[in-house]
Design a protein around this ligand. Structure first.
Ligand SMILES: *[C@@H]1O[C@H](CO)[C@@H](O)[C@H](O)[C@H]1NC(C)=O
Ligand SMILES: *[C@@H]1O[C@H](CO)[C@@H](O)[C@H](O)[C@H]1NC(C)=O
Length: 344
């Protein structure tokens, strides 16, 4: 009886082996026909998508300390979805002030001076302070202060990334993302730093001109042309060749403040999803503009000052921005600035 079983088993396994062999052969020829049809579609290794995702993998494995994580779904932690008042009351000008969590006093000065939304008669202005997360050491205390401040003024926009100079590009882009989501019909958008003197009256009446047709593809400020990346390590604007290998930047508007049409702001944001983000936000906006084929529009001479200038009523009446302006000084000169001066 036993040998009968053994013969059966042997025959059985031989049969199975034969079956497997056949299946294997079929499978193999089927696979190789797939292979040849794939390779006839030509050189998948030259696909730019494949290359860029490989580059992305490398970057996530060994991120450069100056590299930015973008696009990325950072949350709005303090938000005002209704700040723009819906689509019908679209503001003429949306001001996005780049602010640091700890700069509570500076924000207060800005609210009392150029951040006042009712400064320019007949024009709807909305002003928001964009900030990130405080340094972990002070986080909880400062967060409580920020929430109190926001309860009182309702003008903070806090985004969930660490607030550092090297993350400024994220701040600007998240400001634009907020605009795209909650204020897409704003006519113009101003990105401005918080250490400036701003003359919103001159900006609105002389540069943007509410009575004229909307300017399309419009962005202006102090334009830097033919500037080259800083390659000295330790420099404030150091740009490692690994992150930006070219030896020249495109034309761009200096970061202290630039104003653009709302529609262009939205196009910049779309382009920013494709252009590799670099930490110099003004250069990065320039790179997006270059991709869009848009050139910055020159502003009237001496209206966007990248260096500090001593206050003088008649000069400040006819300019938009002055960089490196102390907030105590701003508070001091503001009443005089608002006073009509007939001697100019
Ligand atoms: C803003 O300006 C208006 C008048 O132009 C003034 O009544 C108001 O007090 C100002 N707001 C702040 C916060 O200073
Ligand atoms: C930018 O923010 C991210 C997210 O909070 C953080 O992990 C990173 O360290 C920050 N980068 C720099 C250069 O500060």
């Amino acid at each position: 009886m036993r040998w009968q079983l053994m013969v059966k088993a042997l025959l059985g396994s031989a049969f199975m082996g034969l079956l497997m062999l056949l299946v294997n052969q079929q499978w193999g020829s089927w696979m190789s026909s797939m292979d040849s049809s794939l390779s006839s579609q030509k050189a998948p290794s030259e696909d730019p998508l494949v290359l860029s995702s490989r580059k992305y993998e490398w970057e996530t494995q060994t991120p450069h300390p100056l590299d930015l994580r973008y696009p990325y779904p950072y949350p709005f932690l303090i938000n005002h979805p209704d700040k723009c008042g819906g689509l019908r009351d679209a503001p003429f000008l949306l001001i996005l002030v780049m602010s640091k969590p700890q700069d509570v006093g500076i924000r207060q000065v800005i609210r009392q001076t150029w951040g006042n939304e009712t400064l320019v008669p007949g024009v709807v202005i909305r002003c928001l302070f964009v900030l990130g997360l405080p340094q972990p050491l002070f986080a909880q205390k400062l967060q409580d202060v920020l929430e109190e401040e926001d309860k009182e003024h309702g003008d903070l926009l806090q985004v969930g990334f660490l607030d550092t100079y090297r993350n400024l590009t994220l701040k600007v882009l998240m400001g634009l993302e907020w605009m795209a989501q909650y204020c897409p019909t704003a006519r113009y958008v101003l990105k401005v730093d918080s250490d400036v003197f701003l003359n919103p009256i001159f900006l609105v009446q002389q540069i943007l001109q509410p009575n004229r047709p909307l300017k399309l593809n419009f962005i202006t400020g102090h334009i830097f042309r033919n500037s080259t990346p800083m390659r000295t390590q330790g420099d404030k604007w150091y740009m490692p060749p690994e992150l930006y290998p070219k030896n020249m930047y495109p034309d761009y508007c200096a970061g202290l403040g630039y104003v653009m049409s709302g529609s262009l702001a939205l196009r910049i944001l779309t382009e920013a999803q494709r252009v590799k983000a670099i930490y110099l936000e003004d250069v990065f906006v320039g790179l997006c503009l270059q991709q869009l084929g848009v050139k910055p529009t020159p502003s009237p001479p001496n209206t966007f000052l990248i260096f500090w200038r001593k206050y003088d009523h008649c000069t400040f009446d006819r300019l938009v921005l002055v960089h490196h302006f102390q907030h105590q000084e701003l508070l001091r000169i503001w009443p005089d600035f608002l006073r009509a001066n007939t001697n100019c």
